[in-house]
Design a protein around this ligand. Structure first.
Ligand code: SF4
Ligand code: SF4
Length: 104
């Protein structure tokens, strides 16, 4: 879920489609609780809930495609910030949840 995107508040598809992995050092720098992290490699972790199907980040609140929020919005790591509404990743995630772009 990126910055300042009103469409995202009614979506959350990217939080329920991709594995959200990032360096352990980033998790530590952002003060993310270790209990929410799953090891991916010696240096990478991912958010619990995004390592297997059906994917749903442990930090996502609400119902995908209706109303959602991120419980750690200000601490979220770089993969969450990189997807932009309407970009390829966004469209792929939305399509997987039966959501078109632009939102109807
Ligand atoms: S899939 Fe797109 S619209 Fe939906 S939350 Fe992610 S960036 Fe926002
Ligand atoms: S941390 Fe927040 S923005 Fe990132 S995937 Fe999880 S719910 Fe989405």
């Amino acid at each position: 879920m990126p910055d300042d995107a009103s469409a995202c508040l009614n979506c959350g598809a990217c939080c329920a489609h991709f594995r959200v992995s990032f360096p352990y050092l980033e998790a530590a720098a952002r003060n993310l609780p270790e209990s929410d992290l799953v090891p991916v490699s010696p240096h990478l972790v991912c958010f619990n809930g995004t390592q297997s199907h059906p994917v749903r980040c442990t930090h996502l609140d609400g119902t995908v495609g209706h109303q959602v929020s991120c419980r750690i919005y200000h601490q979220r790591p770089h993969p969450c910030r990189e997807v932009s509404p309407g970009d390829d990743q966004c469209r792929k995630a939305r399509a997987a949840h039966g959501l078109t772009w632009p939102p109807s």
